[in-house]
Ligand binder design. Structure first.
Ligand SMILES: [Zn+2]
Length: 319
């Protein structure tokens, strides 16, 4: 009988015999992890101060694009840059990295620990989009899965339908000042590419977003032509941060999965259907949702897919 301990609290921490692994830690784990894995550069997946401390005593794996965003001055020690498709042997562990299809540089990991295969999806997207390569589901004994949209309330239309809706709204509103509000790292680059490459509508992006556009371009993503300005202008849609406020006369459209019932659910995350697709293809023995609708998705996996699942914060898995 093998026992794998999983702690889901401010990161995901795995223990097996004397080995431990930290995934996207937001707090320092007790003891010294054999390795720390950072899936991507969204701020809810890393903490600069935690990484600084961990880097004194453990190797930290991340993609080159993630490092470019979270450690641009390259001050962190013991960073191992890993690309999709690579396998590394670190402290006796075999770690494979794959595209997760979420934002630039985002990775999912498969780790062989003892004779168990553990998958950590990070935030992922299985759908083909105008930017990035989609993720492919990985097979594993234990799947630690992002369940941001792990409720059946969050089923999104096909990408091409969402794209068509955005373009038709812009055409209807071509005489207005229009702002497309999007998460600054992820959806903002997707909508920049959509407008610049599949329409003749000239697009403006605010400077806070342009700096992330440049990272996409530096790592080979094509976003097309766009201008940089912080001011909306009639006939030139502005891509701006979700948090920014505008005067009432400006027409704003929020692009986020949370707007599934009220607006345009353009998200870098997979929807509920994708989560089910991932688990089904992965054929795991145990599923642990690690963020979002953890309890709801866990119940669904147990009842509808007949697979063991848990949303507890501390889980001992006996396999
Ligand atoms: Zn994310």
């Amino acid at each position: 009988m093998r026992t794998l301990e999983v702690i889901v609290s401010k990161g995901v921490f795995l223990g097996y015999n004397s080995l431990s692994i930290a995934f996207d830690p937001l707090t320092l784990p007790t003891g010294k992890p054999a390795v720390t894995l950072v899936s991507h550069a969204h701020q809810d997946h890393y903490s600069p101060s935690v990484l600084r401390k961990l880097s004194q005593k453990t190797h930290i794996l991340m993609s080159p694009a993630t490092r470019r965003i979270i450690d641009p001055a390259r001050r962190l020690k013991n960073i191992i840059e890993v690309n999709p498709g690579e396998t590394l042997e670190v402290e006796g562990l075999s770690i494979e990295a794959f595209h997760s299809g979420h934002i630039i540089g985002s990775l999912q990991f498969r780790v062989v620990i003892g004779d168990l295969t553990v998958v950590y999806t990070g935030d992922f997207n299985l759908e083909r989009r105008i930017v990035l390569q989609p993720a492919k589901p990985l097979k594993g004994d234990v799947v630690l899965i992002d369940a941001t949209y792990g409720s059946p309330d969050y089923v999104f239309p096909e990408r091409k339908e969402i794209y068509a809706k955005i373009i038709s709204i812009l055409k209807e509103r071509e005489d207005d000042e229009i702002v497309l509000k999007a998460r600054r790292l992820g959806v903002a680059q997707e909508v920049t590419a959509l407008l610049s490459m599949s329409t003749h509508i000239p697009v403006i992006v605010e400077s806070e977003i342009a700096k992330y556009n440049e990272v996409y371009e530096e790592f080979g993503e094509i976003l097309g032509r766009y201008a940089i300005s912080n001011t909306p202008k009639q006939g030139f849609p502005l891509v701006a941060r979700l948090s920014r406020k505008f005067p009432k006369k400006v027409f704003t459209l929020s692009l986020t999965g949370w707007a599934v019932k009220t607006g345009v659910p353009l998200s870098s995350h997979g929807d509920f259907r994708q989560l089910v697709e991932y688990v089904t293809a992965s054929e795991p023995q145990v599923v642990i949702p690690v963020c979002g609708f953890r309890k709801e998705f866990s119940e669904h996996v147990k009842e509808m897919l007949g697979i063991t699942a848990s949303s507890d914060d501390k889980i001992n898995i006996h396999l």
